[in-house]
Design a protein around this ligand. Structure first.
Ligand SMILES: Nc1ncnc2c1ncn2[C@@H]1O[C@H](COP(=O)(O)OP(=O)(O)O)[C@@H](O)[C@H]1O
Ligand SMILES: [Mg+2]
Length: 548
């Protein structure tokens, strides 16, 4: 939204704003605008999660107001100016409003000197005698005087980034609009307001008053998604696929728009390539050999635009949202909410709040075994992971593995995180990696081999080396699929690989020599080993190999 004084009364052309599913919100505003014209002003807060369409709605409302002849003063709060005293108010008063032929209005300017006097002192406290009552009142008087000639609408976007002094001024104005022809409309991200007292007073004191109205801006419903796709973007979608678009986007209009860009990109691809794009719907890609269907944008395809939009939403939402989304991406639907908290190094209320905001923005579903949150599409998780530096990702994966281990997660789940870290874990990981090999060697040999490679990197004694050697035999032995070693057989085999005789093994393990012999017979059969010498030579060969 452009900052500064708005269009002249009655001259602005009415722009069709083309917003989907905002008729109710617009009509509330229209009613308040009409009351404002009669001297019954109000404060309207458009409140919603990140990227749900607050700015779009605010723009539409102030455009509508300008079209009815109101003077519109607008400002956009930004993170960069959050600590700059009066930055926002200076925007509002930047240009004297032009509203008619007799615009001889005395219009105050907020000078740098005033702003400097409102800056915190060296001791960190803000003196109370600057810009307070009289100066703020002068600003209000100028607006009120203007409003006697023409209705005034003050529109502020992203109020959560407003500097404290401006917020104080706005609260002062807000407290006085009731008996004036001034309407204040602001947008703000829910949960992004901050906790300091000066900000809180805007909410606690002002917004409780009867002339203050909160309009909730929510993601689009499935019907809204269908409307946007059908009428605005002219995509031929049916009910089933609309549900898919809604599911993947969570109704978040920014994500939805990104999905339509990805769909358009797929449609531009040559038919053969388009057929190879990974669809997110139940239809699946064209089978090899089948002619690819011409690209049909009815199914959402989460591609580059979607990934970028997803990251935009997270960054706009603030550091907590980003950090929690990263934690969830790393945990990949494993672990408890306690492990998520530890991983992102935040307390329970912070994580809960972030999860709630992510859900309300349509960026996550509150489902999944964790009860924390689940990405609506793998492409969202992939984008979050890809944005991290390799070092950061690796560190988080290893931390997650440790937390999952403490949480009692299955060995293969812990090991999957260690493998994803792409660097050697600490010695603690040996046992869990070996268990993961056991758990997966009969159905995911590739993963088991990866776990074994890592286990080998952290071996610290002969016993561990023998264990790894045995596991390697089992991975490469076809019979391992049908007949895994029992724990007792494994213990005997390790001792045999280390060179123990039957008698020695019997003594170490407190069993009889004949039991040792029986175990070993089964071990050889299961591993396809020819005998003790074979077992031993595998171990020796393994011990000699380089570790890299
Ligand atoms: N009601 C709506 N109908 C269609 N598109 C919308 C609607 N609301 C927002 N959009 C689109 O969604 C995107 C995000 O909206 P925006 O207003 O910037 O969100 P916010 O200010 O809440 O972060 C914009 O690109 C906008 O065009
Ligand atoms: Mg916005």
């Amino acid at each position: 939204m452009a900052a500064g004084a708005g269009p002249t009364g009655g001259k602005a052309a009415r722009r069709p704003h083309g917003l989907v599913e905002r008729a109710a919100e617009i009509s509330v505003f229209t009613r308040l605008l009409a009351r404002g014209r009669l001297g019954d002003g109000s404060v309207v807060v458009l409140s919603g999660a990140v990227s749900t369409g607050k700015t779009e709605l605010l723009n539409a409302l102030v455009d509508d107001a300008a079209a009815t002849g109101a003077v519109v003063l607008t400002a956009l709060a930004t993170p960069a100016e959050r600590d700059e005293p009066l930055a926002l108010v200076r925007q509002l008063f930047r240009t004297p409003p032009q509203f008619g032929p007799e615009d001889d209005l005395a219009w105050p300017r907020v000078t740098d000197a005033e702003a400097a006097s409102a800056a915190p002192t060296d001791t960190g406290t803000t003196p109370t005698d600057q810009l307070s009552t009289s100066a703020v009142h002068d600003l209000w008087s100028a607006i009120d005087t203007l409003a006697r000639r023409v209705p005034v609408v003050i529109g502020v976007d992203d109020l959560h980034f407003a500097d404290v002094e401006s917020l104080r001024c706005l609260a002062y104005f807000g407290g006085r609009v009731r008996a004036s022809r001034v309407l204040i409309v602001v947008s703000e991200n829910i949960g992004h307001v901050g906790t300091d007292a000066s900000r809180a007073s805007w909410h606690t004191d002002l917004l409780r008053q009867p002339h203050c109205h909160r309009i909730q801006v929510s993601p689009l419903s499935p019907r809204g998604v269908a409307e946007l796709l059908d009428t605005r973007l002219r995509l031929p979608v049916g009910t089933v696929t609309t549900t898919r678009w809604h599911h993947v986007s969570g109704g978040n209009p920014l994500l939805l728009r990104a999905l339509t860009e990805d769909a358009a990109a797929v449609a531009r691809q040559p038919a053969g390539l388009a057929g190879l794009a990974e669809p997110t719907g139940p239809a699946g890609p064209a089978a090899p050999g089948e002619p690819a269907e011409p690209a049909e944008p009815a199914e959402p395809v989460a591609g580059t635009a979607f990934g970028q939009a997803y990251l935009t939403c997270l960054h706009r939402g603030g550091p907590d949202l980003l950090q929690v989304a990263r934690g969830l991406a790393i945990l990949a639907e494993s672990g408890s909410s306690a492990s998520l908290r530890q991983l992102v190094d935040a307390d329970e209320p912070t994580v809960e709040r972030a999860l709630d905001l992510l859900e309300r923005a349509g960026l996550l579903e509150r489902a999944g075994p964790l009860g924390t949150g689940r990405f609506r599409h793998p492409a969202a998780r992939a984008a979050v992971l890809a944005e991290m530096s390799p070092g950061e990702r690796s560190h988080l994966y290893q931390q997650a593995a440790r937390l999952l281990q403490v949480d009692g997660a299955a060995a293969h789940t812990v090991a999957a995180h260690l493998v994803a870290a792409h660097r050697p874990p600490g010695p603690w990981a040996f046992a869990v990696l070996c268990r993961a090999v056991e758990e997966t060697l009969d159905h995911d040999r590739l993963f088991a081999t990866e776990c074994l490679r890592l286990a080998r990197l952290v071996c610290s004694d002969d016993m561990q080396r023998a264990t790894v050697a045995l596991l390697r035999l089992r991975i490469s032995s076809p019979s391992a699929e049908v007949d895994p070693l029992t724990a007792a057989e494994h213990q005997v085999a390790v001792q045999a690989a280390l060179g123990g005789t039957n008698r020695e093994i019997a003594r170490i393990l407190h069993i009889t020599a004949s039991t040792v012999e029986q175990h070993l017979t089964r071990v050889y059969r299961k591993l396809g080993a020819k005998g003790r010498a074979d077992l031993r030579s595998t171990f020796m060969q393994f011990a000699r190999e380089d570790l890299d």
